[in-house]
Ligand binder design. Structure first.
Ligand code: ASP
Length: 287
């Protein structure tokens, strides 16, 4: 029997009934196929989630990277986090401006500093020193994927979780944040344990109304339900989202455990997502 691998990616909670998501569906299928090929070729979960999230950011189809929306001050402040389950090493950036791939900046924080998170001007300076690709012209680069007046919450944070053939799991999340956010607002996406988490049990990436995910430490909650509560992945993931719901919050998450089980619960109107199951099957869904 070959070694197990599995992957889930998301393009954000929430879909609008009036709009076609064919471009996102096609793009997510392409990425799921690319992720599958990378995992089959023996790439690490950490490298795969980095690359898939980088491509989600670069597409302009989601509220992350190129598709991010400006905050109320007209500035693009982006958040991202990455975490390796095997080592629990992690990196994150918050309110980063001026760089094409926030997830690459997060990965650099993890690998090149003794810190876990850098924010604002310090994050920008650090990313510059790492010679990460800059956004040349803000006006030409960003193509906001969601109009600020459609909803108060963003509908396009991106994320990826993966299990590689060596049994390692990893998670990454990247976002432009909620639409109409205040300058300096940081959501759950770059906060380890809230919007992104990976340990020996499970890797999780969340999307939705970040304030609720922050208050419930949702990503870590999934792990805690498994580790301390003895729950299986499906029950743990569903329970964490139900908990958000009881507070009035909306969103979803993707999660993979160390055995290759996948969970993708949400209580929002849809969640853009694609899965690669251990038998190689790929599914793409938006509602
Ligand atoms: N959770 C993200 C945030 O609050 C938004 C989203 O998932 O769409 O920044």
């Amino acid at each position: 029997m070959g070694q197990t691998y599995a992957l889930l990616l998301h393009g954000g909670a929430g879909v609008l009934a009036a709009r076609s998501y064919d471009p996102e569906r096609m793009h997510m299928r392409e990425l799921a196929e690319a992720g599958k090929a990378m995992l089959e070729s023996g790439k690490t979960a950490l490298d795969v989630v980095t690359e898939i999230v980088r491509r989600l950011e670069a597409s302009g189809l989601y509220v992350a990277g190129k598709g991010a929306s400006p905050n109320q001050a007209g500035r693009y402040e982006l958040d991202a986090a990455i975490m390796d389950g095997a080592t629990q090493k992690a990196g994150a950036v918050a309110a980063l401006t001026g760089f094409v791939s926030p997830v690459h900046a997060a990965r650099a924080v993890m690998e090149k500093t003794r810190h876990v998170m850098l924010a604002g001007r310090g994050a920008e300076r650090f990313a510059g020193l790492q010679e990460l690709e800059r956004v040349e012209s803000v006006n030409d680069y960003y193509t906001p994927a969601a109009a600020p007046d459609t909803r108060d919450i963003a509908t396009g944070t991106v994320g990826c979780v993966a299990l590689d053939v060596s049994g390692r799991i990893a998670a990454a999340t990247s976002t432009g944040g909620t639409l109409n956010k205040l300058e300096g607002r940081v959501g759950d996406s770059p906060i380890l344990g809230a919007g992104c988490w990976a340990d020996g049990h499970v890797a999780v990436s969340c999307t939705g109304q970040g304030e609720f995910f922050l208050r419930k430490a949702t990503a870590k909650d999934v792990s805690a339900r498994m580790a301390y509560g003895g729950q299986g992945l499906a029950e743990a993931a569903q329970g964490a989202i139900a908990d958000i719901g009881t507070m009035g919050g909306e969103g979803g998450l993707i999660a993979v455990d160390a055995r290759g089980n996948l969970a993708q619960p949400f209580n929002s109107p849809g969640m853009k997502r694609a899965a690669v199951y251990p038998d190689g099957r790929i599914t793409v869904e938006v509602d």
